[in-house]
Design a protein around this ligand. Structure first.
Ligand code: GLY
Ligand code: MN
Ligand code: MN
Length: 464
């Protein structure tokens, strides 16, 4: 790690320490390793909170910070035999300088030393409900402190969720994070281009194209540019499979005349990207495909225009729905006689069979990143509304006000299943267009437009 990175993580730890309150101690473990099956583990991915505060990627590590800003890392001890099998370990001696912490200890001493760090403190902070068994371990350490109260030691009386302050910090991406996210997005954009071009080229050559062929192109491009993993399981959905929201890349044939929906993004240096493109398998949109595609794109344009500092998180979604509702009526997917005008469609949520997900989520180290989607307000400031479909009463807290440095996806879609009252020309078409946006003062920066979205531009690059 460079000196600049060491300082960056130290500044984040100091920022957290300043929020712990007098006598506060925060305990943040990294992620556990997970067995896949006998003697084989899932690829290891560190915990995002832990990484955010340390930049450290080894398993079996813990960070402890107190309100005075003192930080201790517990990490795997040096062990030549284990290092022959599993690879290099930093070890506690080197960790102090490498990570810029005050103290580093062997993780083997965690249960002995942690109660000492909690003695005479007031509040213990740790991530709630994210690490299996963590509450029990904290109870154990607190019990070890309680066992010494008759010797005059005080035990923390409060437990608080450290995700609260950390989520707020992670919600605003600093310049370092934004730079990585731009690079991750650029790699993912190239991967989408590669998959589109491969689809058209293989079909032109008369080859049997399968979803996994396109998935292989994505993976190739991710890894060729140093991405460690896909940020989530790639969706490569040919034809009707695009109407299954959580479809995975499988073995279905990619047929000329059908659309392909790819939702895939790489993770680079712990940061996710998240792009969806929908394109004609052979490189040429049919009339109905283009009509529906242009409607989704127009709804995305409206959402992008609604994304700026000071707007609400829900504004892009509302802008999307406005355009989709009108377009569904205009294209005859919803009957004007039955559903009335766009406002009626929105109020009764009649668009829901075609568009059943939200338009955005936060993006960062996690693809569905942390951070509250509502403003913190007093309970009496929340309004209520009746859900038009379920009749349930929903408490509405005001949606989050966007601020510069927040990163969100903008991903409208339409998914048309066969139905008697839907024109057959649109059956089995599923379209989503997803870009990643950094909120700026005056608008937003779309960091994923290395791959085009305009239908003519997609056709042009697929001819190439
Ligand atoms: N790829 C996950 C999502 O778009 O939310
Ligand atoms: Mn997404
Ligand atoms: Mn996605």
């Amino acid at each position: 790690m460079t000196q600049a990175s060491v300082s960056l993580y130290a500044a984040r730890r100091a920022h957290l320490a300043a929020q712990l309150g007098e006598g506060g101690v925060a305990i943040i473990p990294t992620a556990p390793e997970h067995a896949r099956n006998r003697d084989s583990d899932f690829p290891y991915r560190h915990d995002s909170y832990f990484y955010y505060l340390t930049g450290f990627t080894e398993p079996n590590a813990w960070l402890v910070i107190d309100a005075t800003g003192r930080s201790t890392v517990f990490c795997q001890p040096k062990d030549l035999e284990r290092e022959i099998w599993d690879g290099y370990r930093l070890g506690p001696d080197a960790a102090v300088d490498a990570l810029g912490v005050n103290t580093a200890q062997s993780v083997a001493d965690l249960d002995t030393l942690l109660p000492k760090l909690l003695e005479n403190q007031h509040t213990v902070w740790y991530p709630f409900a994210t690490h299996k068994g963590l509450e029990t371990r904290v109870d154990g350490w607190l019990n070890a402190v309680r066992a010494r109260v008759r010797f005059g030691v005080a035990c923390p009386a409060m437990q608080r969720d450290v995700c609260g302050p950390l989520d707020e910090m992670r919600l605003i991406k600093d310049a370092h994070e934004q730079a990585i996210m731009r690079r991750a997005s650029a790699i993912s954009a190239q991967a989408h281009i590669r998959a589109m071009q491969t689809s058209a080229r293989m079909l032109r050559a008369g080859q049997d194209v399968r979803e996994y062929h396109l998935d292989a192109e994505l993976l190739h491009e991710f890894r060729m540019h140093g991405s460690q993993f896909p940020a989530y399981t790639s969706i490569v959905a040919a034809g009707a499979n695009a109407c299954v929201l959580h479809y995975r890349a499988d073995a279905a044939p990619v047929r000329s005349g059908e659309l392909v929906l790819i939702d895939a993004g790489c993770e680079l240096d712990s940061y996710a990207s998240d792009i969806t493109r929908t394109f004609p398998a052979n490189g040429i949109f049919s009339g109905p495909q283009r009509d529906l595609y242009n409607l989704v794109l127009a709804s995305q344009d409206a959402a992008v225009a609604a994304t700026r500092a000071g707007a609400r998180f829900t504004d892009p979604h509302e802008a999307t729905v406005q355009v989709l509702a009108q377009g569904l009526l205009d294209l005859g997917l919803l009957s004007k006689a039955k559903h009335g005008n766009a406002q009626d469609v929105i109020e009764k949520r009649a668009y829901f069979p075609f568009y059943m997900h939200r338009t955005s989520h936060w993006l960062g180290m996690d693809v569905h990143d942390c951070g509250s989607y509502v403003e913190r307000v007093a309970a009496n400031e929340a309004s209520t509304r009746k859900d038009p479909l379920s009749g349930e009463t929903i408490v509405n807290r005001p949606s989050r006000i966007l601020r510069p440095g927040m990163v969100l996806t903008i991903e409208p879609g339409l998914y048309v299943r066969p139905a008697d009252d839907v024109p057959e020309a649109f059956w089995n078409i599923g379209i989503r267009i997803e870009d990643d946006a950094i909120v700026t003062e005056g608008g937003c920066e779309l960091i994923t437009r290395g791959v085009p979205v305009v239908a003519d531009e997609i056709e042009a690059l697929m001819r190439g």
